[in-house]
Design a protein around this ligand. Structure first.
Ligand code: ATP
Ligand code: MG
Length: 474
């Protein structure tokens, strides 16, 4: 039996003595009471602090417990004799070792010895709503009362800082998606599901004008280091980005690059799976800080464009009112989607949006003009970033990524052609990609030139046809 366990046994024996003593106390003369205290503190000069795994009204996993567990996992492999091994997909180190249940280790801080014991109890529950058995885990720290201030102050701070640092070191980004609101009922049901986020995009590989890229990187860096600044100006620590531009210009790629650059998790919010505005709030609360909340193709996700679609709907509703089957369909439709523009505005900007902090909200769209101005006004979407057709600077980044070349005699032809026609970075990239081992960089550049010439010709033909049609109409 280890020291910590002996102390905790001793603690419970002393506890029993106190209990009996308290009962008998009334028959003791009062002048003897102070001897009792001296006697007890001589018998058991140790303090114990217990950290439970779950705490709070909503049985939320305790942050302190998590941090201590991570800290101890870092120390245990050298110190503990009985270890527990888990395969952790979310960590860089696939095998995570931690102290086994009811195991004990000794830690040392500034020359002071401390004992940690991990406890695991299984309780039987009589509640109808909870599972019949309930597991409880806790970590108990034992130390001499002489070191009370050192342990409660510097030692605890040291553990929390170390725990955080180990977590950042081992962290793998996660990509979350929301489960349909209709699946949220039931014990242990989750609002978000996740996988490990492994997109390789970075700002180095992102093809866009270097000046614009630098501006975005600076903005993100400023945001990351802005905790005090945001507190000072009295603003929630969050930032909104609107990414807009034609398909294939790198909006989704930029989100991945931002996630990798900031080391933030990504919450890909599928609005069509959210039933009501209140569910949006619940999703927000269940997302962590240091994260990016993404709503892709916001113009398609919801009827946010107001009047035009409403009128169309009203006409349909009249038809449906007469037909009982259609009436039921309409009721189902109404039930399915109750997220409104104001709900979304509240989500991005309301009082709840500040919970957690250090959060980026990104909307993407192909049609920026279709969006309600209220949704994208500054303050909600602080930075509007246009991703457009491939320019020469963006092409050079792609040539470096795909062909590993920084200059070539064909570059000036490509520069001229890119100025004369619109081609998305996705198309340029596809042309540059070697399709067999025989293709070298020159042949890939030739393929791109041919494709650009064809695109230019097509655009010219279309323009001619348009002109001809106009002339005919005159
Ligand atoms: N600016 C870019 N830099 C690097 N690669 C790009 C860029 N734009 C597009 N690509 C390439 O093209 C593919 C499609 O790009 P992406 O999915 O980011 O486009 P998108 O703007 O999100 O399109 P959509 O509007 O259809 O969602 C990516 O896999 C990427 O390889
Ligand atoms: Mg996209």
């Amino acid at each position: 039996m280890g020291f910590g366990a002996i102390f905790s046994k001793l603690g419970s024996i002393i506890g029993s003595i106190i209990f009996i003593y308290t009962i008998l106390e009334q028959w003791f003369p009062s002048h003897l009471r102070k001897y009792r205290d001296i006697f007890l503190s001589l018998m058991y000069p140790f303090i114990q602090i217990t950290f439970h795994e779950f705490s709070g009204a909503y049985l939320k996993r305790s942050d302190a417990y998590t941090m201590i567990q991570i800290y101890l996992s870092g120390n245990t492999s050298q110190k503990a004799k009985r270890l527990k091994a888990e395969v952790n997909k979310d960590s860089h180190t696939p095998l995570v070792l931690s102290m086994d249940d009811n195991e004990e280790i000794t830690d040392e801080f500034q020359g002071v010895k401390l004992w940690w014991v991990s406890k695991h109890t299984i309780m039987k529950s009589h509640s109808f709503f909870y599972p019949p058995t309930d597991e409880k885990r806790s970590l108990t720290l034992t130390f001499h009362k002489r070191y009370r201030d050192l342990v409660i102050g510097p030692y605890m701070k040291h553990i929390l800082n170390e725990g955080k640092a180990i977590r950042v070191r081992n962290r793998q980004l996660k990509l979350y998606t929301n489960n349909p609101s209709s699946d949220w009922n039931g014990y242990k049901s989750r609002k978000w599901s996740h996988i490990v986020f492994e997109h390789p995009a970075t700002f180095e590989t992102l093809a866009m004008d270097p000046k614009k890229k630098k501006e975005i990187v600076n903005d993100l860096e400023k945001f990351k280091a802005g905790k005090e600044y945001y507190a000072k100006i009295g603003k929630a620590w969050k930032r909104g980005y609107l990414l807009y531009g034609p398909p294939g210009t790198g909006k989704s790629t930029m989100i991945a690059a931002i996630a990798n650059f900031m080391n933030y998790d990504v919450y890909d919010l599928e609005l069509t799976a959210v039933k009501a505005n209140t569910d949006l709030k619940k999703l927000l609360i269940e997302s962590s800080s240091k994260s990016i909340i993404v709503i892709e193709d916001i113009d398609c996700s919801l009827d946010l464009t107001g009047q035009r679609n409403k009128k169309k709907k009203e006409k349909g509703e009249k038809d449906k009112a007469e037909d009982p089957i259609k009436k039921a369909e309409k009721e189902e439709e109404d039930k399915d989607s109750k997220v409104t523009l104001s709900g979304l505005l509240n989500f991005t900007d309301g009082i709840w949006s500040a919970c957690g902090g250090e959060r980026i909200i990104i909307f993407t769209t192909n049609f920026v003009d279709k969006l309600d101005p209220a949704l994208i006004r500054r303050g909600r979407m602080d930075k509007h970033i246009e991703l457009s057709y491939c320019g020469y600077e963006a092409f050079k980044v792609l040539a470096k990524n795909y062909l590993d070349i920084e200059s070539h005699s064909l570059f000036h032809i490509i520069e001229k052609l890119l100025g004369e026609t619109n081609m998305t970075p996705a198309d340029v990239a596809e042309n540059l990609m070697p399709k067999s081992n025989d293709e070298d960089s020159e042949s890939c550049l030739q393929v791109l030139i041919k494709s650009l010439e064809e695109a230019r010709k097509k655009a010219e033909d279309e323009e001619m046809q348009l002109k001809a049609e106009k002339m005919e109409n005159l």
